[in-house]
Ligand binder design. Structure first.
Ligand code: LLP
Length: 416
């Protein structure tokens, strides 16, 4: 069966980090998210170790998974963070991430958010519009601080991924094309409240080859030289995030391989490399555990109806993305082609379509794999379904790190 490398099979059941997923499901209830501390730490360390020959900073893109326990795991291995909102900055601070080394990316940072980040003295802001630069300068002045600035470049590169998660094409809303960026740099350079520090691009997500990253990096280095020739020196270059993971039969480079290629290209540039990986750090380290409620054979199809739904994991519905689904306890019986669907009242509520699955029966537990990134963070209360509990496993055991929302939580803050 095609399953994550980190799964171990013992007596026909899946263990993760030595922990029995059946017991976890009993303790937390289903559906629930489960995260594997070792898998997360290993991905982070692969980047860090393979970049050891050059100055570098890994700013984990916490939009992929901003659960406090996961942030704490990353803080403990020395990660910095890429935030995209005031809420993320707040979480990062509470989880003990080093926000003075944080960077702030977002195409639409609000005034309050900018102010909070200026007060927190983050490393720099990735500027995406000329007006944003002026606003930041004013806020820095009001706060009596000097704000670090980098400009997000739109390098016009096709990363060959899903259109919703391609971000570095000229038609996308992100960043500034090189000529506009140069103007912003020149202006920023003259503003005493701002300190020009870096250059950044993020061309998309779930990118499964190294070449688009290298093309983007070359464009950034070219611009850096141009700035240098005008007397504007940079210290940091961020290649963004975006490295893909194996969901099905993709064969993306490993974090180590990608880091090796970056280290080679960045050597002798005198710059500190920044990376903003999200998915490749937490994606393989998370699963959604869900239980089969019913198996329904219609004249046309066989449906496996589970208790997890599109509000818990929206990626299949939103991007038609593939997540491997593995029964936690293997049973005898014929495999069949099925749709794995949730209880939400939408035809688009599915976790898999036309998927050949081993035999399952009501009550069986299924692991929806590689759901550590953009799983919980994109979940919602649609259909008034409480948000899920989260469990962290490591070699020593497991613990519930977020409880399931209650019905009272669902109406908190509302009035009649
Ligand atoms: N840096 C910036 C500026 C970003 O916008 C992103 C992701 C990252 C870093 C991290 O990219 P990663 O290493 O995770 O690919 N919800 C979609 C993915 C959206 C990605 C948005 N930006 C999904 O579920 O596939």
């Amino acid at each position: 069966m095609n399953m994550p490398k980190s799964f171990e099979i013992q007596d026909g059941r899946i263990l993760w980090s030595g922990q029995d997923l059946t017991q976890i499901a009993e303790a937390a209830g289903t559906p629930c998210y489960v995260y594997n501390q070792s898998v997360i730490e290993e991905s982070y360390r692969a980047y860090d170790e393979h970049l050891s020959s050059i100055p570098h900073l890994i700013c984990y893109a916490m939009k992929a998974n901003s659960s406090m326990a996961v942030l704490k795991v990353l803080a403990d291995v020395g990660s910095s963070v890429d935030v995209v909102s005031g809420g993320e900055l707040f979480r990062a601070q509470k989880a003990g991430l080093p926000v003075k080394k944080a960077i702030f990316s977002s195409v639409g940072k609000g005034e309050d958010e900018l102010r909070e980040a200026v007060r927190a003295e983050i490393l720099f802001f990735n500027i995406e519009a000329a007006e944003e630069l002026d606003l930041l300068a004013r806020i820095a002045e009001e706060e009596g601080k000097v704000a670090g600035v980098s400009v997000r470049i739109n390098p016009d590169i096709d990363p060959g991924t899903h259109p919703y998660i391609s971000t570095g094409l000229e038609m996308n809303k992100f960043g500034l094309v090189p000529d506009q960026a140069l103007d912003v740099y020149r202006r920023a350079f003259r503003m005493p409240q701002l300190k020009v520090l870096g250059i950044q691009a993020h061309i998309g997500s779930q990118i499964c080859s190294i070449q688009p990253f290298m093309d983007s990096l070359d464009r950034l280095l070219f611009l850096r030289d141009k700035l240098e020739s005008e007397g504007i020196s940079l210290q940091y270059l961020s290649v963004g995030g975006g490295l893909g993971i194996q969901y099905n039969d993709e064969n993306p480079p490993s974090p180590g391989d990608y880091a090796d290629a970056l280290a080679k290209r960045m050597q002798d540039t005198g710059l500190t490399l920044i990376m903003e990986p999200g998915r490749s750090i937490v994606g393989p380290g998370g699963i959604l555990l869900t239980r089969v409620l019913y198996c329904k054979q219609t004249p046309r199809k066989r449906f496996v109806i589970v208790d997890g739904a599109m509000n818990d994991l929206v990626r299949p519905s939103l991007y038609k993305s593939y997540h491997r689904i593995v029964p936690v306890v293997l049973r005898e019986g014929q495999s069949a082609k099925v749709d794995v669907v949730g209880p939400v009242c939408e035809t688009g509520d599915f976790l898999a379509q036309d998927r050949e699955m081993p035999s399952v029966q009501p009550g069986d537990l299924l692991a929806v794999c590689d759901a550590g990134a953009y799983g919980y963070t994109m979940s919602s209360n649609y259909n008034s379904r409480p948000k899920l509990p989260e469990v962290l496993v490591n070699k020593k055991g497991f613990r519930i790190v977020r409880t399931r929302q209650t019905y009272e939580d669902l109406i908190a803050g509302e009035s009649l």
